[in-house]
Write a protein that binds this ligand. Sequence first.
Ligand code: PRE
Length: 119
Amino acid sequence: MHDQVIDPAGHDAPGPACGRPDELRVPLPSPAEITTLGAARAAIDGLDAALAVLLERRAAVAAVVQRLKPVGGFAGRDPGREREIVAAMAERAPSLGPERLARIMAAVIEAGLDAAESP
Ligand SMILES: O=C(O)C(=O)C[C@]1(C(=O)O)C=C[C@@H](O)C=C1
């Protein structure tokens, strides 16, 4: 596994390196090199920290989209665009595949729309 990157902001928890506010660098653990439960959980904690940062930023950008669209929010949901998003992600994450990614992204998109309505 890669060495844990230390967050220069000084947080103790394992997390992504946020060198600049507009940049995220994350060590990608190699599953084959993880041999203990503690190491596996530490790797998951690091990945989840990066996911949290990405999810929050994605929701903020999705909120901008809602303001720019003629009809925003849940009323302006666009299934074709959501299929495009899932198809593009399935190319990068083939082991998850489009069906699982569709479930994941439906939850992500709905949470973003919900947060945009009640920030
Ligand atoms: O691209 C849009 O039209 C959006 O509203 C953004 C977004 C998303 O979160 O990616 C949200 C809702 C739509 O159904 C599709 C995509």
